[in-house]
Ligand binder design. Structure first.
Ligand code: UN1
Length: 508
């Protein structure tokens, strides 16, 4: 094994210093951070304790009380500046995402682009936080809706989109007049420090934003719990596993706080007889192998019509066999590392189970890139006789289970027969099939696409899914409403007091 040429420790320090992060924050602390690229320890971060969370939330609450009075278009100006800073640091932050999350360069940069896009979206939104005017049943009355800022928004994010998820939440939360407290994944704290540094630059240029408008909690699970349980946090947006959501959801429900949950996915595609197979092949390859299968929108199940199975699947196998796997900081490989050994072990276990259920596995073996602790794998394509065992679960690794179908109705039934409901796609040129898939009795997912893969959604749409995916929606469309409190206002400008529903209550 030859040692990796890039020194991840030095490079991380150089990038962080460029983005305004003091080395005190990530040297000599008690939380180790690693790079999946080489498996080496990169930093030791200072952490906060659960007891310190209260002070941080109090500060955020004070910031909220001032910020909610700033006109929304002015709040948008801060996010406009944030977008400018992100543009200026796109290369550096993208590179740090590759170093800390193992994404290939274009995906690291793409993640920062998603941040820039949501900033642009939120700036426009800051002039469009509108409510309805509703016809009233009483003469001389007016009824309307007003949307008010909500409070401190807690954000819990996962390693696989270490910075974009914060921005989908924070950009909206801030234009909506809220403050933000962010608990990033313990696997990706350095990119969070960098984003905090970039945010603070935007705040400095803005001038008079309240202190503590967006703060970071570097710490372990107990710190996340303290945030989730804090009575001054009316909304928590949490991205991660369904297991995490099962813990966070009830805790929030118990104190009647709101939740935006973005949990697991077990996303599928259907390839119909009329599909453009060249297009389907590319979409499937990116959806299933991109980001080393570590997106919540990753394509994990594929139903191929039996009339095209023998044309598509051999080509797919060829693509799997030839895909480049390697160090994303040094090579132009299309597939980078898994996040850690646990992810590798989980993948191997799922492949063994698939075999036990009659699956025929191609790929899945470890690839040596010269770093003993970097976990690189050949993406696995598994032909399954039917949808059983591990096919029903989300394994956060590049495994694509391929199954044959002959009848679209039963393929859609199988498609929906899993616990998660995030993203889905159909490949067809037949309008009836496409519309059937998008109809009320079609895909049961929050995202349903035609002739596009399951991953790589734009920020303009509402992002999220149903069932065990958690039901939350963030990013585009009217997702902003989740970050505000709606007041229904009725104004009586008459000289009488008519009661609704014709009730009479005449006192002397
Ligand atoms: C995630 O994996 O947590 O649609 C989100 C996509 C990205 C977002 C993925 N825009 O693949």
């Amino acid at each position: 094994m030859s040692a990796a040429k890039v020194d991840v420790v030095k490079e991380a320090a150089a990038l962080l210093s460029k983005m305004g992060v003091s080395s005190d924050l990530y040297q000599g602390g008690d939380m180790a951070s690693f790079s999946p690229v080489t498996g080496e320890q990169v930093a030791s971060l200072k952490t906060v304790s659960p007891a310190e969370v209260t002070g941080i939330v109090e500060k955020a609450d004070t910031a909220f009380r001032a910020w909610r009075l700033v006109p929304a278009p002015r709040r948008g100006e801060l996010i406009r500046l944030l977008g400018e800073e992100l543009r200026a640091f796109k290369t550096d932050l993208g590179r740090l995402v590759s170093l800390e999350a193992g994404k290939i360069p274009s995906e690291g940069l793409g993640e920062v682009q998603e941040m820039i896009d949501i900033c642009d979206f939120a700036v426009g939104l800051s002039r469009q936080l509108y409510g309805l005017t509703i016809a009233t049943e009483r003469p001389g009355h007016r009824m309307m809706e007003t949307w008010h800022p909500l409070g401190v928004v807690g954000v819990i994010s996962a390693f696989n989109f270490p910075v974009a998820v914060w921005s989908w939440n924070a950009a909206l939360a801030i234009v909506c007049g809220n403050s933000v407290v962010w608990k990033p994944s313990e696997k990706t704290p350095l990119t969070a420090l960098a984003v905090q540094g970039i945010f603070e630059r935007a705040v400095a240029r803005f001038g008079d934003a309240p202190e503590g408008l967006s703060q970071l909690l570097i710490g372990d699970r107990a710190v996340g719990e303290a945030l989730v349980d804090h009575p001054k946090v009316p909304l928590v947006s949490a991205t991660g596993s369904t297991r995490m959501g099962r813990d966070v959801g009830p805790r929030l429900a118990k104190r009647f706080a709101r939740a935006i949950l973005e949990l697991g996915g077990n996303n599928a595609g259907i390839v119909c007889p009329s599909a453009d197979l060249d297009m389907a092949l590319r979409a499937i390859a990116f959806g299933a192998m991109g980001t080393a299968g570590q997106r919540c929108t990753t394509l994990r199940r594929l139903f191929v019509h039996d009339s095209v199975y023998d044309q598509l699947v051999p080509r797919l196998k060829k693509a799997y066999a030839s895909v480049s796997v390697g160090n994303p900081l040094e090579t132009s490989a299309l597939v980078g590392p898994l996040v850690d050994k646990a992810a590798f072990d989980g993948m191997q276990k799922a492949l063994e189970e698939a075999k036990a259920h009659g699956g025929v596995v191609a790929g899945g073996e470890r690839v040596d890139t010269g770093s003993a602790n970097g976990y690189y794998v050949k993406p696995a394509l598994v032909e399954m006789p039917k949808q059983v065992g591990p096919v029903l679960e989300e394994t956060f690794a590049p495994i694509l289970y391929v199954m044959k179908y002959s009848d679209l109705d039963s393929a859609i039934e199988e498609h929906n027969a899993v616990a998660a409901g995030l993203s889905s796609s159909i490949f067809t040129k037949d309008l009836q099939e496409a519309e059937r898939f998008l109809a009320a009795d079609g895909s049961d997912c929050g995202i349903a696409n035609v002739n596009i893969g399951t991953s790589g959604a734009e920020i303009g749409g509402a992002f999220g899914g149903e069932k065990e995916t958690g039901g939350g929606r963030e990013s585009g469309s009217d997702s902003w409403k989740a970050y505000m409190r709606r007041a229904t206002n009725t104004v009586n400008y008459s000289k009488a007091l008519p009661l609704a529903q014709g009730v009479s209550f005449d006192i002397e």
